[in-house]
Ligand binder design. Structure first.
Ligand code: ATP
Length: 700
């Protein structure tokens, strides 16, 4: 442990100097008085005067000096006593969160003062397999930890440069350092308010040379004090091996142990996924989200065998999770196709329901209790979706509903979700998803609004490269630096390959791993009825309001089927009304039986409403094309205003225009649609439209 010592020497005041000299003079006089006429020898003098001089010195000089000093430092003494008391109180066992103080008692100030990263054993070669393959961190501590006098000088200079008066030496109260940040708490100079510092934050940051990540806050537990949060000039990379012994310890207590990284004090941030019980991981491109998901997967795969843990990996971007192909833990090879991804989510729901049936057969309520009663325990299932926004964009309501059902009910069945997204906008991280995923991690995001969506408040300035905030189960936020298996991408991939080989060797002779066939039991929803059947089914006209019918059928076409919650959500009606509407549609055989795999009732007939919807769609497509050709703008918000239809519908129509070759799809998540037609084609189209309109007018 690196302990930083205060180096400031107390200065003697004139009053103390006079007291000391007077004391010594008085002692000498007294001693001489006690001698009896004969001139004393040096020995006698030393023998008699020294003890008296010491006594007098103590009385007149040392005691007043000590009293004077303790009066000056009365705040520090009080704070130290408070710290001791609170530390005792917070030493209680934790629930849900292992190895770090429970989030509601989490007070970095309490943890250390003038201390940087705890020095942990580097554990080279001392770990059991499969952890022994993890590389040792060459530089576990950041090199730029400030000493108190350096910090005092730096802050004092910056304050004076922005116009504050600092009299005497600035009193630094504590310095706390983690891999990414150091927090310096100091006593506010007289006549300086915290609010005035906060107002000048940008200027102070500028003088200190920080462009990002600098912050000013109050210093908890210190009165009249402020804290400067300063990023290290050179950050320390956090290796998974730095936290390996914490993970191994946690592995004994937790069902699904995961590592996130180190907090602002350098303490490990590790959790049991079972208690979270699902995670949302947000982060703009390049922020460190995929590295973090990889660290989580490496933690799980290092601690749990294929019999204990099954994984379902969904990777629409086809980049990040494909490296896990071939692990015996996988229920099916990593899924990259959107349709299969949605099918796999339905399969998870079916698995969940099957598990509940098994539980009720033996009279237990959750997986842990079930496994205690069985010779062949069931594994936990972790579903990881690397880019969840892509799925939402294509299969919005269907995915949202599946996620909602899994998030609400799968915990007891031992099924847990980890959803990653680059774009935590409100149409991706919807209210329903948020309500069901109380544990969230965020890395650097593009806007304050995005942070608000993920964290429900606050707009931190995260630095990227694994600088993150987690908020587990609604508890207070913890800032952390994410861990990685290696700083080198190639080595990180090689480590995953080693881990796979380890389990493939270990797995010999064990039970055959369960593998899911995603197609099994799926109903072919694309099999429509013949025209005759359609006409037959259309005999009885709907008896409820026509526009509701039309909308519901439109929804069924748009989302590949309907269910009550979709109808409720889209029509903004109550459960009973939606349920009656769906029941009537079932009675009239407009939609079919409930398909538990898809969680929906499929559209059976292309009724007159459906035909009308088709015509309406044609009309919208035409109007969209006209608008885009005239204005050359493809902005969905403009189209929504011009056409007066929902944004989801606009996006669906855009997809059709892409298929038609009129538009190019966005090439990046931030990019927009681009008109694929050439200028000549556009001019020709507008001409044709104009002459068609003229023809119509003439005909009339
Ligand atoms: N924990 C970390 N410590 C240090 N550097 C990191 C860390 N995590 C990520 N980085 C750096 O950031 C880069 C991008 O990280 P990552 O691939 O995880 O980004 P991402 O958020 O997943 O982006 P995208 O969504 O575009 O894939 C990495 O190649 C690495 O250089």
């Amino acid at each position: 442990m690196i302990e930083v010592k205060m180096t400031d020497k107390p200065k003697e005041s004139f009053y103390q100097y006079v007291t000391r000299i007077t004391g010594i003079a008085a002692a000498c006089c007294l001693a001489i008085q006690m001698l009896d006429g004969v001139p004393p020898t040096i020995e006698q003098l030393a023998h008699k005067t020294l003890p008296i001089a010491v006594m007098v010195w103590l009385l007149f000089c040392a005691v007043p000096f000590a009293a004077h000093k303790s009066w000056l430092h009365r705040h520090k003494v009080g704070d130290a006593i408070k710290r001791c008391l609170t530390r005792k109180a917070s030493a209680s066992p934790l629930s849900g969160v292992a190895h770090i103080p429970a989030a509601d008692t989490y007070q970095p100030e309490l943890a250390k003062t003038f201390k940087s990263e705890p020095a942990r054993p580097l554990l080279s070669g001392a770990l059991p397999a499969p952890f022994d393959r993890l590389p040792v961190n060459p530089n576990p501590v950041p090199p730029s930890v400030l000493l108190p006098d350096q910090a005092a000088q730096l802050i004092s200079d910056a304050l004076q440069l922005v116009g504050f008066t600092v009299e005497g030496e600035l009193e630094v109260l504590s310095i706390e350092s983690g891999p990414t940040l150091q927090t310096v708490s100091f006593r506010l100079p007289s006549k300086v308010q915290l609010s005035s510092l906060v107002r000048k934050k940008d200027d102070i940051a500028n003088h200190l040379g920080f462009h990002d990540g600098f912050d000013i806050s109050s210093a908890p537990l210190h009165r009249s004090a402020a804290a400067f949060v300063m990023p290290h000039r050179e950050r320390a990379f956090v290796y998974m091996r730095d936290l390996a012994h914490d993970l191994i310890q946690l592995s004994d207590q937790a069902e699904l142990p995961i590592i996130l990284g180190k907090d602002a004090l350098g303490s490990p941030v590790v959790f049991d996924l079972v208690k979270m019980p699902h995670l949302l991981v947000a982060g703009a491109t390049g922020s460190g989200k995929s590295v973090s998901i990889n660290t989580i997967l490496n933690s799980l795969l290092s601690c749990r065998s294929p019999e204990q843990l099954k994984l379902l990996l969904i990777d629409p971007k086809q980049v990040e999770l494909l490296v896990y192909k071939g692990f015996p833990h996988l229920l099916t090879p990593p899924i990259t196709d959107m349709r299969r991804a949605v099918m796999s989510l339905h399969k998870v729901i079916v698995e969940m329901e099957k598990r509940y049936e098994r539980f009720s057969a033996v009279g237990v309520r959750n997986l842990a209790a079930y496994n205690q009663t069985q010779k062949q325990p069931l594994p936990y299932v972790v579903v990881v979706v690397d880019e969840y926004a892509d799925l939402m964009l294509v299969h919005g309501a269907e995915v949202e509903e599946a996620i909602q059902r899994i998030a609400q009910m799968a915990r007891a069945a031992g099924i847990h979700l980890i959803l990653g997204t680059q774009r935590p906008s409100v149409d991706v991280v919807t209210g329903i998803i948020k309500a069901n995923l109380p544990s969230r991690i965020t890395f650097r995001l593009e806007s304050a609004h995005d942070y608000k969506t993920v964290l429900d408040g606050g707009s931190p300035q995260l630095l990227g490269f694994g600088d993150g905030i987690c908020r587990m189960n609604g508890k207070p936020q913890i800032r952390f630096q994410s861990a990685a298996t290696s700083a080198n991408d190639l080595e990180a991939t090689a480590l995953i390959n080693d881990l796979r080989s380890y389990w493939l060797k270990e797995d010999i002779g064990s039970a055959v791993p369960e593998v899911w066939d995603l197609e099994e039991g799926m109903v072919d929803s694309e099999d429509p009825l013949t025209d005759e059947e359609i006409e037959e089914e259309r005999i009885n006209k709907p008896t409820v309001e026509q526009d509701h019918y039309a909308i519901v059928i439109d929804l069924a076409r748009e989302f590949g089927g309907i269910n009550i919650s979709l109808v409720q959500q889209k029509l903004r009606i109550g459960y009973m009304e939606a349920s009656n509407l769906v029941n009537r549609l079932v009675e009239e055989r407009i939609v079919g039986e409930f398909n538990s795999e898809k969680g929906k009732r499929m559209l059976l007939v292309a009724s007159s409403f459906a035909k009308a919807a088709e015509q309406e769609q044609e009309e919208w497509l035409k109007r969209m094309k006209q608008y885009m050709c005239r204005t050359r703008s493809t902005r969905s918000s403009e189209l929504r205003d011009v056409l007066g239809i929902r944004k989801e519908k606009i996006l669906q129509l855009m997809t059709l225009l892409v298929q038609e070759g009129f538009l190019h799809a966005p090439t990046s998540t931030k990019g927009g649609y681009v008109i694929a037609w050439s200028d000549e084609e556009i001019a020709q189209y507008l001409d044709d439209e104009l002459s068609a309109e003229e023809d119509e007018v003439e005909a009339e």
